[in-house]
Design a protein around this ligand. Structure first.
Ligand code: NIG
Ligand code: FE
Length: 434
């Protein structure tokens, strides 16, 4: 028998419905908001999302319906976090303290901390331990309202380390969040290849890419093009090889230095160019004329204590499609909170709350090429829905550092419900607990 879930009394239902393409310009502000809305989900898919009375008629006819009363609160699609480095074994607390004392990202890397310390940690970790770490991270994502997560390899770099990472990602896919995997072999040049980066690129292109494709372990390939990582020529070679092998492309572009990677992303028809803190007006114009998503990651700028955020307003004014993601990773952005990313985007990049929500849902879906399945509440899409403890969606970024997500629904199943604080004195609560 089929199973239905019916969310009633949504004070603001954000459907994000609209045209097929990624949102640009004024369309970023259109949340498809319905006051007094409802959502009916059946067998993991959206059956209807619209005005309460219309949905109620359908819900009354459906069998086996479970009701959730939104009680006037906000209901919207789950977040699509389109850029994470989910698997990294352990936090980088040494980096954190060095940075607080004044070292910058590159000095930390040169001192032997930085990305290579995560590479050592992942290479020596047992697959079960990586899986446990990934599961904890995914559960945190779900608590913060994320229902689809892109996740990159890139802390293994050698065959064993990368395969181990990608196999763990495949194992946790769908449990309970959907994972979109990315091969980030070109993260940094591994220690054993410092003297022959070209040979490393050849090895990735000829050995790793065909194997990963054959085993269907990643849809995307990504390269980190920056000082201390890959040059533009190296990134071009790696990404061209990846495209020839059938991968869709992503690029870490213009993060610390301006390298021309945003331009390269457009030239190679990459799905997204991510970071863009150093992007200029020409880059914005080129991205605006392209189908490449500009994925902005303000969490890394915030955590590194820097002050140059990506030029979101210029990008939007030039017609670029903009997505927001956490960049969850142990070095530059140790958070998987999309609500916090929305706060940063609004305060530091001057995106409006509505633009930020579109960027974190439907445009995130486009950034992982899943927009036909997720990112909006429309019939036939996955029933990935969140209920938020707010009566106005603008409260989501407004209350920074506060998680207002009350319930996360993945493929029609409630996977997270917010816990409760007891109302009495500490003594009374202790007595109640006994
Ligand atoms: O997206 N900058 C490159 N990659 C990551 C950071 C990785 C790390 O420091 O571990 C980023 O910010
Ligand atoms: Fe990243």
């Amino acid at each position: 028998m089929s199973e239905s879930l019916w969310i009633r009394h949504a004070g603001q239902l954000l459907t994000l419905r609209g045209d097929d393409g990624a949102r640009r310009g004024a369309a970023l502000s259109d949340l498809g908001l319905i006051q007094n809305g409802a959502v009916l989900m059946r067998d993991g898919l959206i059956e209807a999302a619209g005005p309460a009375d219309e949905v109620e008629r359908l819900a009354r006819d459906a069998d086996n319906v479970t009701e959730v009363d939104a009680d006037g609160r906000v209901v919207m699609p789950g977040f699509v976090d389109s850029h994470t480095h989910l698997i990294f074994s352990r936090p980088r607390l040494l980096d954190y303290e060095m940075r607080i004392r004044g070292a910058d990202y590159h000095q930390i890397a040169e001192a032997g901390a930085g990305i290579l310390s995560s590479v050592n940690a992942v290479r020596s970790a047992a697959p079960e331990d990586l899986e446990a770490q990934a599961r904890r991270a995914v559960h945190q994502c779900a608590q913060h309202g994320t229902t689809t997560v892109e996740a990159k390899s890139g802390y293994g770099l050698d065959e064993k380390g990368e395969m181990k990472t990608l196999v763990v990602l495949a194992a946790i896919d769908g449990r309970p969040l959907d994972i979109v995997s990315t091969y980030l072999g070109a993260h940094v040049i591994p220690p054993e290849h410092q003297k022959d980066p070209d040979a490393y690129i050849d090895w990735m292109s000829q050995k790793m890419m065909p194997r990963i494709k054959r085993q269907k372990l990643a849809r995307f390939a990504d390269a980190y093009c920056d000082r201390g990582a890959f040059t533009i020529e190296q990134a071009r070679r790696y990404l061209s090889a990846a495209r020839a092998r059938g991968f869709d492309l992503k690029i870490h572009a213009e993060q610390f230095s301006h390298t021309g990677a945003a331009r390269l992303a457009v030239e190679l028809e990459a799905t997204s160019a991510d970071h863009l803190e150093q992007a200029d007006t020409d880059d914005a114009a080129i991205l605006g004329r392209s189908s490449t998503m500009a994925t902005l990651l303000p969490g890394s700028v915030f955590h590194l204590g820097l002050d140059r955020y990506a030029p979101a307003r210029t990008l939007i004014a030039n017609g670029a499609a903009v997505a927001l993601a956490t960049d969850f990773n142990p070095g530059t952005s140790p958070t998987c909170s999309m609500p916090m990313v929305l706060s940063l985007a609004c305060t530091f990049m001057r995106m409006s709350p509505a633009e930020a929500i579109s960027a974190a849902t439907i445009n995130g879906a486009h950034a992982v090429r899943r927009a036909e399945r997720v990112g909006s509440l429309e019939p036939g899409k996955l029933a990935d829905v969140i209920l938020v403890n707010a009566t106005d969606y603008r409260e989501i970024p407004y209350h920074f550092g506060v998680n207002l997500v009350a319930m996360t629904i993945k493929r029609g199943a409630v996977i997270y419900r917010q816990g409760q604080v007891s109302g009495g004195t500490a003594k009374e609560n202790a007595a109640d607990a006994r």
